[in-house]
Design a protein around this ligand. Structure first.
Ligand code: HEM
Length: 162
């Protein structure tokens, strides 16, 4: 890990590589599935945390969802902004609050490429919860053009040392 800029010290509990083998995916319009995921929140000394996530099917092992982005803190406040690009052609700007064990985000902007398939995502909510030092949960809910806000993915991660 790189040096930690003062502005991200209040959320340094999220730094590291996290692995889950217990992800569950649900949505009213799809069949439930399970997934494994690796997420990385990395400091390189800038006032920004670099983020990367990749997931794969628990049984069949094929790659599933990928995300890449940046987490920024408004210095001296509990406000956070998360800019994320998703591999299927969507970008989300998610903004919210954090404390010593929670980061709660809600999309303030979602963009999609013109040939992304329907339904379109119209809102996203995400919650990271530090359960204990090296255990974290994430829940993601989404609203689409035909389904109200509903949980889509939930996973529990353990922090791993490279
Ligand atoms: C389905 C978005 C994360 C796996 C969907 C759908 C959308 C979507 C819009 C279609 C829902 C519908 O047809 O009503 C997102 C967004 C995510 C996310 C915005 C993150 C913020 C994930 C992750 C995984 C995943 C992490 C797997 C590890 C799936 C699967 C389906 C699905 C398997 C069903 C596909 C199908 O039936 O064609 N997702 N997803 N999603 N998502 Fe996600």
């Amino acid at each position: 890990p790189g040096p930690i800029h003062d502005s991200i010290k209040p959320i340094s509990w999220i730094l590291g590589k996290w692995v889950s083998d217990s992800g569950t995916g649900t949505y009213p319009t799809i069949e439930a599935f399970s997934y494994c995921e690796e997420i990385v929140f990395e400091s390189c000394g800038q006032p920004t945390i670099n983020y990367y996530a990749r997931s794969w099917h628990t049984q069949k092992k094929h790659p599933m969802h990928f995300e890449s982005g940046f987490l920024k803190i408004n210095p001296g406040t509990n406000r956070a902004a998360f800019v994320v690009a998703h591999n299927f052609g969507l970008t989300s700007l998610e903004e919210g609050d954090f404390d010593e064990s929670n980061l709660t985000l809600k999309s303030s902007n979602i963009s999609r490429m013109e040939f992304d398939k329907e339904p379109s995502v119209t809102s996203l909510e995400r919650h990271f919860i530090l359960m204990k030092e090296n255990i974290m949960k994430q829940h993601v809910s989404m609203q689409t053009s035909n389904t109200p806000i509903t949980t889509h993915t939930s996973a529990t991660y353990r922090r791993v040392i490279d």
